[in-house]
Design a protein around this ligand. Sequence first.
Ligand SMILES: *[C@@H]1O[C@H](CO)[C@@H](O)[C@H](O)[C@H]1NC(C)=O
Length: 458
Amino acid sequence: MALTHLRVVLLAAATLQLLFLSSTDAGEVGVCYGRDADNLIDPTRVVDLLKQNSITMVRIYDTDPTVLRALANSGIKVMVALSNKDLDSGIGRDQNSAQQWVNNNVVSYYNQGVLINGVTVGNEVFKQRSDLTGMLVPAMRYVQEVLKAANLADVIKVSTPVAFDALGVSFPPSAGQFRDDIPQSVLKQMIDFLRETGSYFSINLYPHADPSEHISLEYATFGINGGVFDEGSGVTYYSLFDAQLDAVYYAIDRVSRSSSSVSTSMAQQNGPIDTIVSESSLAGSGGRIPSHSMATLANNEADQLVPKEIAQAYNNGLVRRVLSGAPRDVSAYIFSLFNENLKAGPPMERNFGIFYPNGTKVYDVDFVHGGSTCRSKATWCVAKKGVENARLQAAIDYACNNGADCSAIQQGQACYQPNTLVAHASYAFNDYYQRKGQASGTCDFSGAASIVDRPSPS
Ligand SMILES: *[C@@H]1O[C@H](CO)[C@@H](O)[C@H](O)[C@H]1NC(C)=O
């Protein structure tokens, strides 16, 4: 009895060690190219737009011939989709239909120079089309078989994007687990499939989908914050994104460990599967942040339309985070390339774009420098403790008058809380420091500031 218990504990420890010793290579940033609109610039111009902005990866929601032909020989990687509608129509229900679809819609384009790197089978099936749950993993296997026969299984990975609400528990991250009403056997078969084929678990991560109360706007948008402590693991998280991502890893680990002993040892041998973020964005600019999710904002602030600066802060933060490769390696697709005027739902749904339909920027997302300033190590500039108020205020004034954008710490704005001189100083100092590319000497402010790897919990 005691021995069995010990063995379980050791296995769990080994798995956890694998979970947290993943490499810190940088990930890659892509953008979701949704086309639920009737006013978008045509695909050849879209490809130019992608190149001009150094966007190297896109995810599309179908296998549209015009789009794929435009992307041929562009050097841009493309994740294509076998949609829920395709699944429903019977594609992927047997090997023959899968073969026909994959050959016509994936292999033929790959052979024409389209850098297809993945096929998503269904999208958010558990959430959007739970009636298709039973056929999901078999369809993934059929698609995989065809790719294998075409010798493309190493370059084109099969996955299925899962909505974050598939997690019944996401806080604290170490308690992460999938909802009970999603068949655990399906999750297990899926995870086994992804592991066997060297693919990855795909999660659609929207911070506002997290009902946890431990969320400040800074924490949700990769800003400076005191961090959120996970008592279960002893880890402090400095972004909601990383907390959510770890919750997914813990949930996957729970499913893997609940499997038979044979599979458990296999999981141990092969390590945890990778996760990619197949969609992420804070909110569409001009949309609303649901008030329940930003508990630290006053109600009236939470009910306001999301200023585009906040969506911009999130997406630029996401680029920095992915390119830094820390605290764990992950690739992510920003949702979305364009505002899509035909999407249903509240206005926010039609305003996720980083570009207007005509190709003009809604706001800047820096896909290049977002990474170069902190590719090796993300550092922050914060106010030192114990500096007298007058010196701090003088330093804030200097930063704000010399390039730092201090609009967010004005009364009523996103980063006004906590309303302390030290918090405002840290915001202003860091904004100045990051805008100067973390150059040496740009985090001093007459000795009122210092550089840290991570802002410490306040
Ligand atoms: C593109 O669309 C935006 C938003 O409708 C508009 O403000 C802008 O002037 C347009 N740009 C061009 C070049 O037409």
